[in-house]
Design a protein around this ligand. Structure first.
Ligand code: XMP
Length: 308
């Protein structure tokens, strides 16, 4: 039986023993990096700086939530506005793996810069077991390179610490409860909305997806039991729609809601049709550029949870 208290106390001791200088932590606002930040902060106090990079690829209101959570946890932190840099680096990239690797590399560039400023020698990451197992770290084939594993370039000259490396998602949730973190948001991928935009990531397309995501989240929150993960995906192809008596070629959004315990396998959630229909209408009424909404009814396997 997993004991969060025992895990934390062992992890804190290990970090104090292993880490001899200053460290920075990449926080994304997700449960993994938040819990990692809290553990490392408990071990090292002000010798640690948690960095939240606003990549422009996060959901609406995310930055504010992250600031609040870190303040409440007493974690030393800083927010960096890097939207222009990320969008510039992603220009023209369509291939999902290249996208992930570019985002990983840009993260690292930003962290290396901040690490130098802070005088850090260590980079702490919230990697959990499914991240590295699915990135080919075990005996499996590479499924996709998660940004905090496969996307890491060799040039990193910071020593990497991964306190949650052997844990699965449900165990990380238990630690979050142990710390009294009242309600964690659903899991969110490190590369953010970029892996939910099929094709090129542009400012306009990110904006479209942010708005659709916001509407989906609001609609899903009316369910008696909220799915484990729920999000919108912006597809690359345009499809035909009608606006009044005019034919238009608008964007298509797919909705994905899944139930899972650890992200390794998942079942699509049978969201009641009336809720789906309302979300669809709210999206197409509220965002004129979107003229079609579809629902993904695939389990994992064979599909992954994210579309890229
Ligand atoms: P997949 O799409 O691999 O997702 O079935 C499993 C779980 O992992 C999340 N995910 C990621 N998390 N960096 C992360 O930190 C990533 O690159 C990444 N890709 C997927 C996904 O949202 C789901 O919860």
């Amino acid at each position: 039986m997993f004991s969060p208290k025992a895990f934390v106390s062992e992890a804190v001791q290990k970090i104090r023993k292993d880490v001899t200088g200053r460290a920075i932590i990449a926080v994304s606002g997700g449960i993994d990096s938040t819990v990692a930040a809290k553990i490392v902060s408990e071990a090292l106090g002000s010798q640690v700086l948690a960095i939240y990079v606003d990549t422009g690829l996060m959901r609406l209101g995310e930055e504010k939530d992250v600031r609040e959570t870190l303040s409440n946890l007493g974690v030393n932190h800083k927010v960096l506005q890097e939207e222009d840099l990320f969008l510039d680096r992603l220009k023209g990239i369509i291939d999902p793996e290249v996208k992930r690797k570019m985002i990983g590399k840009t993260f690292i560039d930003v962290f290396e810069r901040e690490a130098r400023n802070f005088g850090a020698e260590y980079l702490v990451q919230g990697t959990i077991a499914p991240d590295w197992i699915e990135s080919g770290g075990g005996l499996r084939d590479t499924i996709k390179s998660h940004h905090n594993v496969g996307g890491l370039p060799d040039i990193v000259n910071l020593k990497i610490i991964e306190p949650l490396r052997d844990l699965y998602k449900d165990e990380v949730r238990k630690i979050a409860e142990y710390y009294g973190i009242p309600k964690m948001r659903q899991p969110f991928p490190g590369p953010g909305l970029a892996v939910r935009i099929i094709g090129e990531v542009t400012r306009d397309r990110v904006d479209l997806l942010k708005r659709a995501t916001f509407i989906l989240e609001k609609g899903v929150s009316e369910m008696k039991e909220v799915p484990w993960q729920y999000f919108a995906v912006l597809l690359a192809d345009r499809t035909t729609g009608v606006h009044g008596d005019r034919r238009v070629y608008g964007s298509t959004v797919a909705l994905r809601c899944v139930n899972s315990t650890d992200g390794m396998t998942a079942n699509f959630t049978p969201v009641p049709l009336d809720i789906l229909a309302k979300i669809s209408r709210d999206i197409t009424n509220g965002i004129p550029d979107i003229s079609r909404v579809v629902y993904d009814i695939t389990d994992k396997p064979p599909a992954t949870i994210e579309w890229e």
